[in-house]
Design a protein around this ligand. Structure first.
Ligand SMILES: [Zn+2]
Length: 695
């Protein structure tokens, strides 16, 4: 294992890292991820063809086996098939997001499209569907274990959600038509939400404002630098100037700096307005979703979406969110009072930026000076304490990686000294790679069955390492750091967050890949990553990153945490309310606007009773009924942190407890059962109203 000063150099000093690679890399003729085939884009294509053939072969076995054990083996075989499918798809997903070579990216896209065709064949395979139905009906007689039952149910739900196998042809046709309308309209809604809200053709975008007033209310430097022609006077009204309501930057400057409340209110409203078409699109979208739910005998879209989730049903979403408003409102009100000039007056939404800018005390929060090496060194130290792991940075030959700045880390279990997984860290900014932080599971962790072991060991072309009959997870983490010697606290949070996902994959030990690590219910998946963010803000952890022995460091207090939380709760409530409607007439355009304004008034923190902002809220389509996910996971993470780590973030007993009761299961066990064990509270198993109130 490395010393902490060596880790710092390996991440902060690119020359040192280059030499480390050059000196130590074993120069055998390997390819990407040590896969011998992938030394060129054509090699990637060969790899795909080989695996496609493998998948087709596995499908044939499933189709043709008429023996007694066929049903018993069915789910394992399907999982084996999707494991091989994922090895190609997940690798291509990573290549097309991160690879700097355009030919590789094009090849990955081509393979993606071709693989999609094969997936379509699988998704419409009536034999698979019928077999799966029979297996699930006989699951007790077949002695399926919990993991197989969970995966079988997920697969069956996916089949049913596609609507392709409905008995009633008329309903089936309707279902398919509505589904495709929803997906088309939804994408339109998201894309056009980014367009300027005001029509430039019919002068709707022109705002006439008094130049005198503007000048008087703004600091001179701000006024001088406003992006507008100050000579653009109006003929009839020489004092007025024409401004463009679509110029977001201009509006923002005025909103932030103008001492004139009327101007602040106007600019704020223009910034938050959405195009009228957006509301009409949303109204149609929500009505289609309601119709789809009704078609499947559900009373609304929420009850259709929330069935097999951690949260259970829409009543629980409502309960959770209304309780949270009560919890966070007092603190948010206090934060607003800090902002307000005169402590008794209420702060309006359009005054927030202005007051924040004026309040010098709040602006003087010292920025932490961090470097990547110290952050990584502390992160490895923390995780090694918590989960008995060892992190070893490994030299790589140029062929094994897609970019020379990628660091490869091998992770070992210190109790058994066996390797647990591989981590490739692509942490630095590059043009043409996705700027959003992300993680890619190139191969999942999975205990192999006898049949697979024979199969995999014969295969010298796999991106797959087997240790102790376990297929080792290979994880890529992607962030966009500009300078390793100066990174922000939020960069650090991001790295910790993505590492949380990676640990979920690495510590998971399931028999089936369909429920390995992060492949768990959608509203549970952010829990391990948000938990890591809490470690990232722990004073003890931060002190280690900043000063080593110097523990007397004043950490900047984070402002407006409760206000941020209230904002997220409001968005979740809106998502809940829009998808809770049971009558189409409640989803007319005016009704949506009323619902939005009423909700804002009810919560009553920086209320918006003026605009139709939600027309820009694209997540209403993407999340649809599930926007509460982030908040739910955050609340649970905070609760876990308080119980297990707030006294000592390096507590290995707590780490072990979290690993053995939650992380190692991935999606192979009911999340409420995991939480019941973590909190040592049997009541939680039911995941009912009481459980929601507890968390
Ligand atoms: Zn995440």
């Amino acid at each position: 294992s490395h010393s902490s000063s060596e880790i710092k150099k390996l991440f902060n000093d690119s020359t040192y890292f280059k030499n480390f690679n050059k000196k130590n890399a074993v120069s055998t003729d390997v390819g990407l991820f040590s896969n011998k085939l992938i030394t060129s884009p054509e090699g990637l294509y060969k790899f795909y063809k080989l695996y496609l053939y493998k998948c087709q072969h596995l499908l044939k076995i499933i189709h043709q086996d008429q023996s007694n054990k066929a049903d018993t083996l069915f789910i394992q075989r399907i999982d084996n098939l999707s494991n091989n499918l994922c090895k190609v798809i997940d690798l291509c997903e990573m290549v097309r997001s991160l690879h700097p070579n355009e030919q590789y990216v094009n090849m990955a896209n081509q393979i993606y499209d071709e693989m999609f065709e094969f997936m379509n064949i699988l998704n419409t395979d009536i034999i698979l569907y019928n077999n799966l139905n029979r297996v699930m009906k006989n699951k007790d007689r077949l002695n399926l274990d919990e993991e197989e039952t969970i995966v079988g149910q997920i697969l069956l739900d996916d089949f049913n959600k596609s609507g392709l196998f409905m008995n009633d042809d008329k309903i089936k046709d309707q279902f398919i038509t509505i589904s495709s309308q929803i997906s088309q309209l939804g994408q339109e809604f998201v894309i056009s939400g980014q367009e300027p809200p005001f029509d430039e053709q019919n002068n709707d975008s022109i705002w006439e404002v008094s130049l005198e007033q503007l000048k008087k209310s703004l600091p001179e430097t701000v006024y001088d630098n406003l992006p507008m022609k100050k000579t653009n006077y109006l003929f009839k009204n020489p004092d007025k100037i024409k401004l463009n309501k679509n110029n977001f930057f201009l509006l923002y400057q005025i909103n932030k700096y103008s001492s004139n409340e009327e101007l602040r209110k106007k600019t704020w409203a223009y910034m938050n307005m959405s195009n009228g078409d957006q509301i009409s699109k949303l109204s149609t979208l929500l009505k289609l979703r309601l119709r789809l739910a009704n078609l499947l005998n559900e009373k609304n879209f929420n009850s259709y979406q929330l069935k097999n989730k951690l949260i259970g049903n829409s009543d629980n979403v409502k309960l959770l969110l209304t309780n949270l408003v009560k919890d966070f409102k007092p603190e948010a009100t206090k934060e607003l009072a800090v902002l307000a000039d005169d402590k008794t007056s209420k702060v309006n939404a359009w005054d927030k930026e202005y007051l924040q800018q004026k309040n010098l005390k709040l602006n003087c929060v010292p920025q932490l000076k961090l470097n990547l090496g110290s952050v990584m060194s502390e992160l490895f130290y923390l995780l090694s304490k918590l989960y008995s792991l060892k992190f070893v940075v490994k030299p790589m030959s140029a062929k094994e990686t897609w970019c020379e700045s990628v660091r490869k880390v091998e992770i070992y279990d210190t109790k058994t000294d066996k390797i647990k997984g591989l981590l490739y860290l692509d942490l630095f900014h590059r043009d043409y790679k996705t700027p959003n932080a992300s993680h890619f599971t190139v191969t999942t962790s999975k205990k192999l069955n006898d049949q697979e072991i024979v199969y995999e060991k014969e295969d010298i072309n796999a991106t797959c390492i087997i240790s102790d009959n376990v297929q080792l997870p290979i994880i890529v983490i992607n962030t966009s750091i500009y300078d390793p010697n100066s990174i922000s606290k939020s960069d650090m949070d991001t790295i910790f967050h993505e590492m949380g996902h990676a640990m979920h994959s690495i510590l998971s030990l399931t028999k089936l890949q369909n429920c390995s690590g992060t492949r768990c219910v959608a509203d549970f998946v952010e829990l391990p990553s948000i938990l890591m963010e809490l470690f990232s803000s722990d004073p003890k952890v931060l002190a280690n990153v900043i000063g080593g022995e110097n523990t007397d460091i004043k950490l900047p207090k984070e402002n407006f945490k409760a206000l941020e939380m209230i904002q997220q709760i409001k968005l979740s409530l809106l998502d809940y309310k829009f998808h809770q409607a049971t009558k189409e007439s409640d989803l007319d355009e005016e009704k949506l606007i009323t619902t939005y304004h009423n909700l804002e008034k009810e919560v009553d923190i920086l209320p918006d009773t003026v605009t139709n902002w939600f027309g820009k809220f694209g997540h209403l389509f993407g999340y649809g009924s599930s926007y509460y996910t982030y908040i739910l996971d955050r609340i649970i993470a905070i609760k876990i942190y308080e119980k297990l780590f707030s006294k000592n973030p390096y507590n290995s007993v707590s780490g072990e407890l979290l690993k053995d009761n939650l992380l190692k299961y991935g999606g192979s066990r009911s999340p409420w059962e995991c939480l019941a064990d973590v909190f040592d509270n049997k009541e939680l198993i039911k995941g009912d109203k009481k459980a929601i109130e507890y968390i």
